[in-house]
Design a protein around this ligand. Structure first.
Ligand code: DCS
Length: 294
């Protein structure tokens, strides 16, 4: 695999990170995960704009322009000949002896790599299970920070309970998943948490809201309780890698009929239509089997 670090493309024998990197000591940095379908970056502009915003929010001056960042992720895709998977890109505040306050002259460290991965076809088709957990994260969940301890603990809790994703609940209200946004459908209306500091405004979330608009599905960006979530007709979570994953079980109770619902299927089909077409042999058929055609 070819990595990018500080202006260079390196292989795994060449890449080195410092023990004094503030990402390592404090999680003092931000990151993005950008999907690649059929060798093409998907919504890269939106992801890189969010990276710039996240960096600004924690007062890291990115050493690259949007154009340069775009070139970096495009090169990571091409250098690694990645057709299906994702690009990971992170920026830390830099290298300095460990002290909490910002170092005076540190230079941000930008590092990226490419990961080959399949789409989660089983979950997309059959649906997944969620477990609710207390949202004990900090109050700036809008920042895509490297500090993911709350998310890590929640995900592990869900996995140990035999679920695929955790459902964060803060003061009785559903916020998002451990690494996803969540949506419920009740009486034909799509419900999701408003994009404020309690959630990350996911790029997939934005795509889903756009698709709902095009499909004339009414949307309500308003908080709902865990009890209301359990009472939804349909439920799903979204992320760059999870796409639109139907949720059929929550806290061991079935959602709706316990199978992916019709509006979820409609959104999945619309989603599939706007991602770069997978031309590699086999993938086209897999895509077609991902839910009934609308
Ligand atoms: N909320 C949280 C807490 C996330 O970590 C993510 C993505 C999302 C929502 C969904 O955002 P996107 O739709 O922009 O992906 N998490 C990334 C991650 O850590 N791995 O893959 C995606």
């Amino acid at each position: 695999m070819i990595y990018f670090k500080d202006g260079e493309f390196l292989n795994e024998d060449q890449i080195q990170v410092s023990a004094d990197d503030r990402g390592y000591a404090f999680g003092d940095g931000v990151y993005e995960v950008i999907k690649v379908y059929d060798g093409k970056l998907y919504t890269a502009k939106e992801h890189l704009e969010r990276l710039v915003e996240s960096a600004e929010k924690i007062r890291i001056n990115l050493p690259y322009t949007m154009e340069e960042l775009t070139e970096i992720v495009e090169s990571l895709q091409s250098e690694n000949q990645l057709t299906l998977g994702h690009i990971y890109l992170q920026v830390t505040r830099g290298v300095a002896p460990r002290a909490h306050q910002f170092p005076e002259n540190s230079v941000p460290v930008v590092m990226g790599y490419a990961v080959e991965s399949q789409r989660p076809l089983q979950n997309l088709e059959m649906g997944a299970a969620m477990k609710s957990v207390e949202d004990m994260r900090w109050l700036r969940c809008d920042i895509k920070s490297l500090n993911l301890l709350g998310n890590v603990l929640a995900k592990q809790d869900a996995i140990e309970a035999g679920c695929q994703e955790a459902l964060f609940v803060r003061d009785g209200l559903v916020t998002e998943g451990a690494s996803s946004n969540v949506f419920g459908i009740k009486d034909g209306v799509l419900h999701t948490h408003p994009a404020n500091h309690f959630i990350l405004n996911g790029i997939t979330r934005r795509v889903v809201l756009q698709l709902a608009n095009e499909l004339e599905i009414p949307v309500l960006e308003k908080e709902f309780t865990l009890a209301e979530a359990l009472d939804m007709d349909e439920f799903f979570f979204t992320s760059t890698n999870a796409e639109i994953t139907p949720v059929v079980m929550m806290d061991q109770q079935p959602i709706g009929q316990g199978v992916p619902g019709p509006l979820t299927r409609k959104l999945q089909s619309a989603f599939n239509r706007q991602i770069p077409q997978l031309t590699a042999a086999g993938h086209a058929e897999e895509r077609e089997s991902n839910g009934p055609a609308s």
